[in-house]
Structure formats: C-alpha cells, structure tokens
Design a protein around this ligand. Sequence first.
Ligand code: HEM
Length: 205
Amino acid sequence: MGGNSGDRAGAVALKGNIVTMKLLKKNIVFTALLAAVVLAGCGNDVAGPTEGEGGWLEYTVDDFTFEWLIEDSLSTIRVKITAPTTGWVAVGFDPTLVMNEANLIIGYVSGGSVNIRDDFGTGQFSHDADTNLGGTDDVETISGSESGTNLETTLEFRIPLDTGDQYDKTLVDGNTYTFIFAYGNNDADDYTSVHAWAESASLEL
Ligand code: HEM
C-alpha cells in the first residue's frame, strides 16, 4: 500500500532520471557534432608542410603558399612565397607578438621589376626597413613574377640563416618558429599599406 505507492513513486522518479539522462546524452552528442561542424566550417584551409622535389618544404594556408629550402652549404634559407594578389606579399620569421620583432621580408612586382626589402617588426602593427633602423638589407632577390590574369604574385629570395644584423633573427635548421604571412590588396605595390589577409603558423624549419 503505502510501501507500494512509495515503490511506484520511486520507479517513476527512476524512469524520469533515465529519460533525463538519455536526453542529456543526446544533447551532448548533438553539441559535439555541432562543434565539429562549426570548427570544420570556420577553420583555415591548411595543407602541409609537405616535402617536394629537391628537399623543398611547402606549407599552404588558404591561398598563401610558403616554400622553403635550407641550403646547408651556403648557410642560407631560400624562400618562395605565392599569394592571390598583384600587390605586396610578405613573410615574417619569429615575431614576439603579431609582427613585433619579426624578421620580415616584403616585396612586390611592378612594371616587370621585382622589389624585395628586408624589414623588421617595430611594433605589433608596424614595420620598417632594416636600413632605416640602422641595420643592413640581407635579402638576395632570386626572382619574382606577377600575373594580372590570375591575380597572383610569387617572390623568390634567399637570406642567411644568421646575418649578424640585430634587425634579423637567427634561424636554425630543425628548430620550430612562428611564421607570419600576409599580402596586400591588388595593385598595392608598396611596403607600407595594411594587408588584405594575414595569418600565422608554427613550423619546424
Ligand atoms: C603597415 C602595415 C601593416 C599594418 C598597419 C598592420 C596592421 C594590423 C592590424 C591592425 C592587425 C589586427 C587586425 C587584423 O587582423 O587585421 C594586424 C594583424 C596581423 N598582421 Fe598586420 N599590419 C601590417 C603589415 C603586416 C605585415 C607586413 C605582416 C607580415 C607578414 C603582418 C602580419 C599580421 C598578422 C600575422 C596578423 C594577425 C592576424 C590574425 O591573427 O588573424 N602585418 N595587422
């Protein structure tokens, strides 16, 4: 009687708990699925690093491609950067925060001539030529091309792994550094305008 109704109440409460647990479990599964879909949808399109011909390594984020080759015999790093713009393209090595203290290499192709400059991150959102800061320009331009049809610019250059300039960063083969990548708007053939796109990555050289 009283005991019976107590048992029944207990059974109903238990059933209620099981239903609640089931709903909770469903909710957790649904939330996890939703998070996975959202993360997949919002993330950058990243590929690599992958090894290509002749020991070149390649890393792609969105439409920006960064390729590099450590040239041990020369103690240099050879770099190719490609981005979907007819304006400036840049890569930065080893910043402290955003662009600050990064060794930045920035360049553009204009009227068939390739312009590449060795810069330094003077603040999170500012940079200047090493030569303006009292340092040296240590970048050797190898080549550059621009296609107005594909809206694409490629720059190829070489820098010493250790320049001795206080406005560069020493790079060691096999070490991991933060790299920053950015490009300007189409026709932004300059070293000063803000980017149309910027990203960063942690990569092992
Ligand atoms: C004078 C030129 C530049 C100005 C005024 C500037 C300004 C800024 C500002 C305001 C931000 C924060 C807001 C945003 O993400 O848009 C930013 C972010 C950033 N900038 Fe620049 N920038 C300049 C050049 C560069 C260059 C040459 C690079 C080199 C690769 C660079 C790399 C970055 C990166 C990696 C971020 C963080 C992006 C992110 O976390 O999503 N910037 N910059």
